[in-house]
Design a protein around this ligand. Structure first.
Ligand code: PHE
Length: 452
């Protein structure tokens, strides 16, 4: 029949790939931005709680279903189903996961394209091509289209090479580079004047900012950051050998993801206050710290500009960091529809990559040319609603549909004494009842505020 399925060659390879998927723009951009606009360390505390209490259990649901079924999300959810209702639900949820993964990639590739353009900018400046530099950092549709195409092409090249030679090889190469760049940048920024006020804004909590909406953003941030709900972790789990302990690897992925988000905050918030010291406006009219594109594309570049020639190198390091972080995440999104086309539609990997990559690039282009209407809408549907709601479905499948003996057997693989662990005593119940209820409650509690 079809060619043998891909598999990660080592647990380190899996770890780098899964952590690479998790660590992305969500950590280096989303997390510090959320911290800045939600009361500093108050957000950090809530986020840490939700990451371990909600996101880790959902991550475990995905990894377990994936490794048990050794199939893409649609076939995995159908495969563990026992009756017509769960099978139909599995098909719909699986297809929805693939659709949401594709939607996320369609806007992610645009943002990552901005990062590539900003990485090219210092080189243009170094050779004195000032018109090119202006185009690179301007905000034209032609610039966005070009760099989304470049970034999508890179993502497709890696995915076309398969699980071991593509995903695993590039993730094990890029993740260490990412950590080194991040640490070098922090060391540099923390020695600049103003950095300490940034640390204060980051680390001293203002609990008066706690609100229903803060909970909702922290949950959304945790789901996005750990790549949950859309079958990414499920498919990576399906490529993992049965000799590895799932709860341990899942915990490591969560720790790395949260650790890098926290560490990125040590870079971004101090950098903002250094920029302020150098004369850049860092507060919006509302009195809040500037977040989002204004922060990454204006405040930080303004800071690099004040540093003269060395600023060019700092800019290169910073945007290289962003591109690397994006690429190890975007490949994990593209793998979701590609694995589906290989296993369910019978395509070979290269044509499957080309087809899915082209469709998603088509959606990106639509967004680029209708930016004002579509960008925010796609982000909100996919990350605020799609990911958490699909997370509920995955918890239900792991907790209620997958038989308990099958669940135990899967978790025992690579972890013989699992029955003696706290994990086994708590998680199966937790994922059945607490997780779905907590996720839904977080939604419900925010509705009156959202609609007010
Ligand atoms: N976790 C990635 C980030 O933080 C985004 C992502 C979402 C990746 C969903 C895969 C699937 O940037």
């Amino acid at each position: 029949m079809s060619a043998p399925r891909g598999q990660f060659s080592s647990n380190f390879g899996f770890l780098m790939a899964a952590a690479g998927s998790a660590v992305g723009l969500g950590n280096i951009w989303g997390f510090p931005t959320n911290v800045a606009s939600n009361g500093g360390a108050a957000f950090v505390v809530v986020y840490l709680l939700l990451a371990f209490m909600l996101a880790y259990p959902v991550l475990m649901a995905e990894l377990t279903i994936g490794r048990h079924a050794r199939r893409n999300m649609v076939q995995a959810l159908r495969g563990i189903s026992t009756g017509p209702v769960s099978r139909a639900t599995g098909t719909v949820a699986g297809l929805a996961g693939i659709a949401v993964a594709s939607m996320i990639l369609s806007f992610y590739a645009i943002v990552a394209g901005w990062m590539v353009a900003h990485l090219a900018d210092p080189f243009a400046e170094l050779v004195g091509a000032s018109e090119a530099a202006q185009w690179l950092t301007g905000d034209s549709a032609s610039r966005n289209f070009t760099f989304t195409a470049i970034f999508s092409g890179l993502t497709m090249l890696i995915i076309a090479s398969g699980v071991e030679k593509g995903i695993e090889r590039w993730s094990t190469l890029l993740m260490p580079a990412l950590i080194i760049l991040l640490l070098l940048l922090i060391a540099y920024v923390l020695t600049q004047p103003g950095a300490m006020s940034g640390l204060e804004a980051y680390l001293i909590p203002d609990f008066s900012k706690l609100s229903p909406l803060l909970l909702l953003s922290a949950m959304g941030q945790a789901f996005f950051s750990l790549s949950l709900g859309v079958g990414t972790m499920l498919i990576y789990g399906s490529y993992l050998s049965k000799q590895e302990s799932l709860p341990r690897l899942g915990a490591l992925v969560t720790l790395i993801d949260v650790g890098i988000a926290f560490t990125a905050g040590l870079l971004i918030l101090p950098a903002m206050y250094v920029a302020q010291e150098a004369g850049t406006q860092i507060f919006a009219e509302s009195g809040e710290l500037i977040g989002g594109p204004g922060l990454i594309l204006q405040v930080l570049p303004a800071l690099f500009d004040t540093m003269g020639t060395s600023g060019l190198f700092v800019a290169i390091a910073f945007f290289a960091l962003m591109v690397i972080a994006s690429l190890t995440s975007s490949i994990s999104m593209l793998e979701v529809p590609v694995a589906f086309s290989i296993e369910s539609l019978g395509l070979k990997r290269k044509p499957a990559t080309l087809l899915m990559g082209a469709i998603i690039f088509g959606i990106s282009s639509l967004i680029i040319f209708n930016f004002e209407t579509l960008f925010g809408l796609v982000v909100s549907i996919s990350t605020e609603y799609g990911q958490p709601l699909l997370g509920v479905v995955l918890c239900i499948f792991a907790g209620w549909i997958l038989r308990r003996d099958q669940l135990l057997k899967e978790l025992k693989e690579g972890h013989e004494d699992i029955e003696q662990t706290l994990f086994w005593k708590v998680w199966p119940w937790y994922v059945r009842i607490f997780c779905p209820v907590l996720i839904l409650l977080t939604f419900v509690q925010s509705i009156p505020v959202l609609w007010a």
